[in-house]
Write a protein that binds this ligand. Sequence first.
Ligand SMILES: *[C@@H]1O[C@H](CO)[C@@H](O)[C@H](O)[C@H]1NC(C)=O
Ligand SMILES: *[C@@H]1O[C@H](CO)[C@@H](O)[C@H](O)[C@H]1NC(C)=O
Ligand SMILES: *[C@@H]1O[C@H](CO)[C@@H](O)[C@H](O)[C@H]1NC(C)=O
Ligand SMILES: *[C@@H]1O[C@H](CO)[C@@H](O)[C@H](O)[C@H]1NC(C)=O
Ligand SMILES: *[C@@H]1O[C@H](CO)[C@@H](O)[C@H](O)[C@H]1NC(C)=O
Ligand SMILES: *[C@@H]1O[C@H](CO)[C@@H](O)[C@H](O)[C@H]1NC(C)=O
Ligand SMILES: *[C@@H]1O[C@H](CO)[C@@H](O)[C@H](O)[C@H]1NC(C)=O
Length: 815
Amino acid sequence: MDHSGFLLFLGSISLFLLLLPEASRASLQSTGRIDPGFQGSSMSFIDHDGLFLLSNNSNFALGFTNTQDVTLFLLVVVHLGSSQVIWSANRRSPVSNSDKFIFSEDGKVSLQRNGGVVWTADTGGRAVSAIELQDSGNLVLLGNNSSVVWQSFSHPTDTLIVNQDFVEGMKLVSDPSPTNLTYSLEIKSGDMILSAGFKIPQPYWSIQKDNRKTINKDGGKVTLASLDANSWKFFDANKVLLWQFIFSDTNSNATWVAVLGNDGFISFYNLDNGQSLAPSPTKIPSDPCGRPEPCDAYSICSDNNRCVCPSALSARPNCKTGIVSACDASNGSTDLVNVGHQLGYFALGFVPPSSKTDLEGCKASCRNNCSCIALFFQSSSGKCFLFPEVGSFQSSGAGSSFDTYIKVLSNGGSSTDSAGDGNSKGFPVVVIIVVATLLVIIGLCYLAVRYYKRKKTLQESLHDSSEDDNFLESLSGMPVRFSYKDLQTATNNFSVKLGQGGFGSVYQGVLPDGTRLAVKKLEGIGQGKKEFRAEVSIIGSIHHHHLVRLKGFCAEGTHRLLAYEFMANGSLDKWIFKKDNEFMLDWETRFSIAVGTAKGLAYLHEDCDVKIIHCDIKPENVLIDDNFIAKVSDFGLAKLMTREQSHVFTTLRGTRGYLAPEWITNYAISEKSDVYSYGMLLLEIIGGRKNYDPAETSEKSHFPSLAFKMMEEGKVREILDSKLKYDEADERVSTAIKVALWCIQDDMYLRPAMTKVVQMLEGLCPVPHPPTSSPLGSRLFPSFFKSISEGGTSSGPSDCNSDAFLSAVRLSGPR
Ligand SMILES: *[C@@H]1O[C@H](CO)[C@@H](O)[C@H](O)[C@H]1NC(C)=O
Ligand SMILES: *[C@@H]1O[C@H](CO)[C@@H](O)[C@H](O)[C@H]1NC(C)=O
Ligand SMILES: *[C@@H]1O[C@H](CO)[C@@H](O)[C@H](O)[C@H]1NC(C)=O
Ligand SMILES: *[C@@H]1O[C@H](CO)[C@@H](O)[C@H](O)[C@H]1NC(C)=O
Ligand SMILES: *[C@@H]1O[C@H](CO)[C@@H](O)[C@H](O)[C@H]1NC(C)=O
Ligand SMILES: *[C@@H]1O[C@H](CO)[C@@H](O)[C@H](O)[C@H]1NC(C)=O
Ligand SMILES: *[C@@H]1O[C@H](CO)[C@@H](O)[C@H](O)[C@H]1NC(C)=O
């Protein structure tokens, strides 16, 4: 790892921070409403995760949240308990972290990028006098006489929440699918209709045709729909309840939302379930194959959502017709081929037929119409349907079945028999392909067998024990490479979530041999496979008693996963911030966790082949094993960030309390920044509380200041967790406090190196009284700071870096 390059990169980020003047000023979050003259960006509200307006009940917030790409932000209304976004202003045009949401003095509300307007609330020219975020999650702009001039509930994105009225004229639009198809929901002609966003939209569901609804009153026309408890209710113009669609068994006043996903389903989520949201089993539509694209276009979806390429296309590349877009191919010669006599298509129940004719007539009208690329013909009724674009087909399960023909480019393959069964001419090609494939497979098997034989001989010659595999792995210095499937199986399709970190979610997993794993799914890491493997091999080669061990990784397609050893006792925050007194870490354990963490960090800073700055030391990243040994996790990941994606921002968000001041000023980030974060962590371990706890009285809410004050007055007991027994004879308590206060000096040169921290904690080196944490401190102790930070080769109070000391505290090296 190029350390200086990394520093430069971090330095440039902190410079970037400096260039934003509001970054260093704390901006205050509002509750309930904002008045004119407000502006804010993601950066200026970094202390509040980018959120600047809370609803009175604190259930919802308005603010910025990042997209998959962590440098791009959306202005959203988010449900705080579940982190679910329920409305977004600019979801197709994200902004950067310095772009501002502006509520001007003259009553205009807009989101700006480089002076241009990305989004503005269309108030019909009326000035806005206040912005309110209501307890329902509705963002409301009020005019000068307190009338509503605009509200987010009338401009839904892809989500509807309880008590949000969905009326004619509104439209729910999904995010684009992987093939860039969107889905939309509208109330039209007295029905609520779900369609696929082709150039000519193709409906695939309507409430009228869904037989799962309960009917209150027949024959009405729907003009309004709204979620209420466990059902979706449909009303006519006189507010008479016509139908109910019940989507959950439990009838409670939960915060339900309906989300139109980019898979074409409308799913229902109960936001009160918190961070681990799972959709209710009831979905719209009910049949997975009844969606437009459960499979690729032209493929056939059968009962269990299995996708099959129709035989007429199987000889063609990627199961495609060769026609790029309808009518463009009109110059090349095309053929109609049959893909099945008993297929279904999602739109057929919702669109009128193009004509009524016989099969030949239907085929002729498609051949003579360049925009037609697929036809469906029902012989019983003579209905002929022509389509200019198609999704996937359904194998005829329920309902009527159709003769299906598609247009293909004649020279795109040889299976072009227009008479129907396209298989006869395709036969020779298929045979050639099958034979070639078989030959390749046989060749590969032969090579594999040879490889295994050689590997076995090699292993046997090296060792006879069962540890051979591991030995070979450690020989190559590489953690095991898993396939995505392996990890999917091991984690039971990522079902048990252990936590959510700056780099992605962590899931519990078990390997077939019973080894437990914590699998981290990295998000938004924009690196090629090669670079990723290079970093992984560095992380994987670092073995230390106090560092979480990387067992394996996966780099497949866009998937980037890391598999770590499993830590049965979870992360430190769960132990030190426990509210109940049921099981509490005693002083002995806390101290050993503090020392262990320091040793792990010292190893990263000083004993690895490449110096590693962690950049994200906090209780969530210190894990505890069965024996209450502390292990540092997530090291080396900061390097996985690309400059453009600068994942640091994710790391920054919500971690500010542990960040050294140089992150905000233009000083370069160094290992001393980790020392600061460690000091903050150590204080929390000692105090058994968060460093910033607004619940405490104002004097006590900022724990570091309190600790400095109490230390000055010699009141150690006031700093130590009041739930712990204080043994005055135990020097380690005041030692630990003093070390923590040294670590959190604003001046990075005053902070000791991690090796020194270990020595001081272990009593191998005296700990001078820390200066108070004002700029005055560094001026009062100029000579001391030099000696303690430079490793004290002179006669400073910390002259303990001699060889004798070093060997006494020899940090456990690679195992
Ligand atoms: C929030 O609470 C204040 C004080 O109770 C009240 O005046 C205001 O109307 C409330 N705002 C909203 C949006 O409910
Ligand atoms: C309220 O707005 C209207 C037009 O938008 C304007 O004519 C009127 O003077 C305003 N009233 C106050 C009190 O500002
Ligand atoms: C507020 O003003 C708008 C027009 O500016 C008007 O339609 C509405 O009735 C007024 N509301 C109240 C409560 O006066
Ligand atoms: C996706 O579709 C939208 C409009 O439907 C279009 O503007 C956009 O360019 C498309 N994107 C890609 C990657 O095809
Ligand atoms: C839901 O809340 C309403 C009032 O807020 C109440 O009347 C109703 O009984 C509640 N229903 C349930 C099932 O709790
Ligand atoms: C197709 O033919 C028309 C005239 O018949 C010609 O103008 C057009 O350029 C041709 N297109 C292609 C793609 O060859
Ligand atoms: C041509 O085909 C399209 C569908 O691809 C259909 O909508 C249109 O009605 C057809 N035109 C004629 C004249 O049949």
